[in-house]
Design a binder for this molecule. Structure first.
Ligand SMILES: Cc1ncc(COP(=O)(O)O)c(C=O)c1O
Length: 428
């Protein structure tokens, strides 16, 4: 088993005054960019066509239309429609899928807040489902237990770019005749059994916000294999117009969620890059998982061979304090940060613990989520979840520094723990 040189493990971690192991040269700047993006933007500038046109045909011929076709193909779906951001993509998919005020929509407790806020934004009620402690993905059993006669839809998230169990979720949705929406904001490039995330449910919703693996700064898309749904998605994103009717004929109360050609131009170039970068991240992610399994105590997510390509947003890990002399996750995290590593604790708490849901009341003034229980998601957030941002997977030297950091923190775990206690005592 390759190990860092013994003196490195014995050297003091940065939190105890040692030299941080990460140097600026190890970091990768994000987003990737260069001459192709510059040229694409200038072409849009010179064309004078800065929005993507009004009719279905004009939209298809636009720069953004070109991206939609290539993106749909890459993710394995028949249709793709670009929209202004990932939150709007979720609202749009729910609305076009027929969710109405008063309906219940089951959402994951472990995700970014927008996975859930999209639901009350269209007047429906979010019902939270728990996560699986070994994969951090939405737990199908918890979703099934939350189904009531008012349930209209299930939203699952491919958290971190790992895939939710689409075998079970497609079966569950079919059995209960529910709309199935995949939140793929983290899953550009991910594949389940050889087909793209987002192409398994009724619709897959993507974000192209700055931090994502495929980005235009802001932006989003909804993919689908249904012609009927695609027509509704088009209409609801375009002020209620219909594909074959006049430009000033409006048929639905609807938003303007159109993406600009600037973003479409960037996305065409970024798509070429992400196809290559996904494979590099996948290779480096597999290397890191192997190293962490050898070390123990900070494990990757459980392997699932049905995930045939792993897109990444977070490289997610499961921390076990017992392997680090009882060092809390919060303290271990501080020690990693001190080394200069791009680590995070993701969103920090189950979604419904945020004030927006914790204080949300029903029509009779009762707190809606006071009794919502998601013990796995709570424990994951408090005790086990740590992440490396996906850009770290583009730098093998940074990953090596990460592994070495974990080893030297472990070698000094009791000192770090006691120093934390002293500091807490001194603070009173
Ligand atoms: C899981 C998830 N869903 C939805 C969104 C919303 O995307 P956007 O920021 O583009 O609105 C995000 C954004 O980070 C996300 O992480």
């Amino acid at each position: 088993m390759p190990r860092p040189a013994a003196p490195l493990v014995r050297s003091k971690p940065a939190l105890l005054g040692g030299k941080p192991l990460v140097t600026p040269a190890m970091r990768v700047t994000w987003p990737p960019r260069g001459e192709p993006e510059r040229k694409a933007i200038l072409e849009v500038l010179d064309s004078g066509q800065w929005w993507r046109g009004g009719t279905r045909q004009q939209m298809a011929q636009s720069v953004t239309g070109r991206f939609e076709r290539a993106f749909a193909k890459w993710q394995g779906a028949k249709h793709a429609l670009c929209v202004s951001n990932g939150t709007a993509a979720l609202e749009l998919a729910l609305k076009a899928g027929g969710v109405e005020a008063g309906d219940e929509v089951i959402v994951p407790a472990l995700s970014f807040v927008a996975t859930a806020t999209a639901v009350p934004l269209i007047g429906a009620r979010a019902v939270f489902a728990d996560a699986d402690p070994e994969t951090y993905q939405t737990d199908p059993a918890s979703v099934e237990a939350a189904i009531t006669p008012r349930t209209k839809a299930i939203v699952v998230v491919h958290y971190g770019g790992y895939c939710a169990d689409m075998d079970r979720f497609t079966k569950l949705a079919k059995k209960h005749k529910l709309l199935l929406i995949e939140d793929c904001a983290h899953a550009q490039g991910s594949q389940w059994r050889g087909r793209g995330a987002g192409s398994w449910g009724d619709a897959g919703c993507f974000s192209f916000q700055q931090s994502k693996a495929l980005t235009a700064g802001e932006g989003g898309a909804v993919i689908s294999n249904s012609d009927v749904l695609a027509e509704k998605l088009y209409s609801y994103h375009h002020l209620g117009r219909l594909e074959d009717q006049g430009f000033y004929d409006f048929h639905r109360v609807a938003w303007n969620l159109r993406l600009t050609e600037w973003q479409g131009a960037i996305l065409n170039e970024q798509l070429k890059r992400v196809k290559k970068l996904t494979l590099i991240k996948q290779r480096n992610g597999a290397w890191l998982s192997k190293r962490l399994e050898q070390l123990g105590g900070l494990l990757p997510l459980k392997r699932d061979p049905r995930i045939t390509r792993r897109g990444y947003y977070f490289y997610l890990m499961r921390y076990d304090a017992r392997a680090f002399g009882g060092l809390t996750k919060a303290r271990f995290f501080q020690a990693l940060q001190a080394e200069g590593l791009p680590v995070s604790q993701a969103y920090g708490r189950a979604i419904q613990r945020n004030p927006v849901f914790a204080q949300m009341k029903d029509e009779r003034g009762r707190l809606i989520y006071a009794r919502t229980s998601t013990p796995n998601a709570d424990r994951i957030c408090a005790e086990t979840q740590l992440t490396l941002g996906h850009t770290a997977l583009l730098s093998r030297p940074l990953l090596e520094a990460f592994v070495a950091s974990v080893e030297r923190i472990r070698a000094h775990a009791s000192e770090i723990r006691d120093q934390g206690k002293d500091a807490a005592r001194a603070a009173g």
